[in-house]
Structure formats: C-alpha cells, structure tokens
Design a protein around this ligand. Structure first.
Ligand SMILES: *Cc1c(COP(=O)(O)O)cnc(C)c1O
Length: 454
C-alpha cells in the first residue's frame, strides 16, 4: 500500500478502522489492571519493521493487545482522578479533525476551524460572565493552560512595572492555597517564580482576606504577579470564595487566575451556579472540556479577559512567521505556549452545535444529582464517614477503621474483578476515598454496588 493517496487499499483500510471505531463506540470495554511492559512486549513482538506489518496485522495487534491493555476512561465506574465522558458526537467529529489537515494555529490556515473553536470558547466565556472581547485558545490540558495564563500574568505585571519606570523585583511570586492543583507548582518551577501560600478557611476555601494577608506578608523585594483561585478543587470539589478573592485582587491590582479545569463546567448547572459568583472578575480562566464537558482528549479552554495581554506575552517572532502577525485576525497560537496546534476545540464545538447547550446543562445536572444521592448513601452507612458536603461532583469519604493499606487493597480488588477504578487520596493528612462523577452514564446503582463492597 502506498504511503499517500487514496486507492482501493486505502479505502479498505478506512473501512477496517471505521469498523473498529464502531465496535468501540457500541460496547464499553471492561476495566482491567495495566499489563506489565514485559508482558506486553512478549505478547506483541516487534512492530516497527523495515517492510511494515500491513494493515490487518497492525490493527490486530492494536485490537487484541494494545487497546485491552489501556483503560477506557469513559467507563461509568471509572471514578478515580477526574474521569472522562466524551459525547458520541464529539467522538465522531474527533475523527474529522486529524484527516482534515487543517492547522488551528493561525487564521490564515484555519479560519473555519478557529471560528468554530471561538464559538465554543464564547459559550464558556458567556457562562463565566466575561466581557465580549474575552477569548483565548484550546490547549492540551489544564497544566498547559495554567502555565500559559501565568506566563501572561507575569508578562503583564512586568510591562506595568517597566511602564512605571520601576526596576524588576528580586523575585516574582504568586499566591496559592494548599488545595491549588499540582500543575500550578509545576508552572512555578518552569517559570522560576515563588509560591506564597495563603490559608484556607474552615470550609477549606481560599478567601480574599487570606489572599490579602499572603500578599502583605511577601518578602521584601518580591512582587506578586498573580493569585490562583480554584473553581472546584480536584480532591474534594471546593470552589474558592471567588468574589472576595476578586476584591482582594482588585485592591492590590493583582491578576486573578481561576483554575476551573475540573469544576468550571459547573457554571452550566443552575443548581450550583451561585458558587461561582465573582468568576466574572477574573483575568484568566481555565476549563477542561475533556473533564466534565464531554469532549475527547485533549482539550482545555484557556480564556483571557483581554487576549491582547496574552498576545504580548506569547506571540512568537521569526522571519518566516512575520506574515501571519496580523492584528486584524485571530491567531490562537498567539495566546498560549504553542505554535502548531490541532484544532482540538472543534469536536467540542460540533457536539455543542449538534445538541445545544441545554443538553450540556442537563448532563452536568445529572452528574450532580447522582452525586447528591450517593452522598445520602454514605451518610446512611454507619461504617462510612462523609468528609465534606459535596459542592460539585466529588464525593469524599472514609471507611471507619481503615488504614491506607485497606483502601489500597480494596481498590486493587475492585480493579482486578472489573468492578470499578478507584484510587486512594488523602484528606487532612489521612487516607480517604473519593468518587469523582463527571460521566452522565454513572448511575446511583453503580455507586451503590461499589459502596456495598466496603
Ligand atoms: C485536572 C486539573 C488540572 C490539570 O489538568 P490536565 O488537563 O490534567 O493537565 C489543573 N487544575 C485542576 C483544578 C484540575 O482538576
């Protein structure tokens, strides 16, 4: 078969691949523990050969060995980390984006794709109440989105200082809480900036007064360029006191970055929308559609109140790139630490366009209803202890009397027999369990069956 072109052999290959996708979409693969690297290489044998294996053999290896050795994160009883529940429409359109050969970097190349992405981004910006100029770009994940936003924040602070004729500070710092996602500490390391920790209140929420205190306590010579608030902590789903944090940022003129990678999706749910009051005052916001907005991997929405600030920080300059630098068009690549990019927001756009936003509202509400019902099951069980009232769709609890090894053994057993994928976490320094429910196909029966094994 030729490397390029589309003849009858290519057509047959497409058919085989489509058949595989159709089979995957119509059946849920079971949960099973990871295969070891040795077992896999023994089962599969050499795959990269001078002459090639041919379509049938390569596809057989994938279907028989590789796919079953990887977990499908959209299993309704995958409840660890933050699960994944792409809509069927978004999955279907994911197959279009790659072969379209349309690059999502610049308007010159990808105007139509970028228009679609901007529509989807606009929906997120509107949910957050951001002004009409707000926009950004879809990046690979919350980690890259947080880094890109924080680079913009520091660059903006630097420009302001320069404009005021002040010398650079000894150190740049950002204010975070203990509940801030690990990717923010990772960004701090990449950027070589410091983290100033701010206290959580009794509800485990970062608040404006704690932010002000952290800023006031900064070491001499340090300037705070951003405050990171979390709209839905990953471990327990707490939304920080965004309005009061926004107030503290406003008083001190500090950039407010809201990390809603997991929880930002809750903006679409009327039953919890009030928890996000103040989010409309942020300078940048991250929401991962690949978490709770039913998009395939990898898709994180990064939105700026003023995208011009992102362009100032991220636009790359080179002789061959100068022709695309054009203030009158929208180039997503100027808004994050990226150049070539897959138009990864397009499958998300397609699903939104097909189903409408009400379907998204209902699907998120559905996961919240399941979480609340499961919360009642935990509260009703004497041997279980609810750790925090679920604000979003994370249910954190303990099995009374259990130590870390007990949780670990239980999780291993559940995965071994294909019941569920769960992982242990810590809460208050002690081991705990959490269910993270973002899949509308996860039912109360699923959770009841898992709880029954405790
Ligand atoms: C998941 C998560 C991230 C990281 O997102 P990735 O898409 O995994 O890179 C960042 N912040 C929060 C709050 C998260 O839940």
């Amino acid at each position: 078969m030729k490397l390029h072109g589309f003849d009858s052999e290519h057509e047959e290959m497409f058919q085989s691949v489509f058949d595989h996708v159709r089979a995957r979409m119509s059946t849920q693969p079971p949960l099973n523990p990871a295969t070891s690297a040795i077992e896999l290489s023994e089962a599969v044998g050499p795959t990269i050969t001078p002459g090639g294996l041919g379509v049938d053999e390569a596809l057989r290896i994938y279907t028989d060995h590789l796919a079953p050795a990887s977990i499908a994160c959209d299993h309704p009883r995958y409840l660890a980390f933050v699960p994944h529940a792409p809509s069927t429409a978004a999955n279907a359109f994911d197959m279009v984006v790659g072969p379209s050969a349309q690059c999502g970097s610049t308007w010159l190349d990808g105007a139509g794709m970028i228009h679609a992405e901007n529509e989807a981004m606009r929906w997120i910006a509107d949910l957050a109440g951001l002004p009409s100029g707000a926009n950004g770009c879809f990046v690979t994940g919350g980690t890259m989105a947080n880094l890109s936003a924080l680079v913009t924040a520091r660059d903006t602070a630097r420009r302001i200082r320069e404009a005021e004729g002040r010398p650079p500070p000894t150190r740049w710092a950002m204010v975070c809480a203990a509940s801030t996602h690990s990717s923010v500490a990772s960004a701090a390391q990449v950027m070589d900036v410091d983290i100033l920790p701010a206290d959580l209140d009794h509800e485990l929420r970062l608040t404006g007064p704690a932010v002000s205190e952290a800023i006031n306590r900064r070491p001499g010579g340090t300037e705070v360029f951003a405050v990171v608030a979390t709209a839905g902590t990953t471990n327990i789903g707490v939304v920080d006191a965004l309005d009061s944090i926004a107030e503290a940022c406003c008083v001190t003129g500090t950039w407010l970055h809201v990390d809603g990678a997991y929880g930002g999706a809750g903006l679409v749910a009327p039953s919890i929308r009030h928890r996000y009051t103040g989010i409309e005052r942020c300078d940048s916001l991250v929401v991962d559609p690949h978490k709770w907005l039913f998009s395939p991997f990898d898709c994180a929405a990064l939105v700026y109140r003023d995208p011009a600030q992102a362009r100032a920080a991220h636009t790359q300059h080179a002789g061959y790139l100068e022709p695309i630098i054009d203030e009158t068009v929208y180039n997503p690549c100027d808004h994050a630490h990226v150049l070539t990019r897959r138009a990864r927001g397009v499958p998300f756009w397609f699903s939104l366009a097909v189903h409408g936003t009400d379907a998204y509202r209902d699907a998120v509400e559905q996961t919240l209803t399941v979480t609340r019902t499961a919360r009642n099951l935990v509260v009703a069980a004497d041997h279980l202890e609810l750790l925090v009232e679920p604000e979003l769709s994370v249910l954190a609890f303990r099995r009374r009397g259990w130590k870390f090894d007990d949780y670990q053994a239980w999780c291993e057993r559940l995965l071994l027999d294909g019941t569920a994928l769960l992982t242990t976490t810590t809460f208050d320094g002690e081991p705990a369990m959490r269910f993270c429910i973002v899949n509308p196909r996860t039912t109360v029966d699923d959770l009841e069956a898992i709880i029954a094994t405790l």
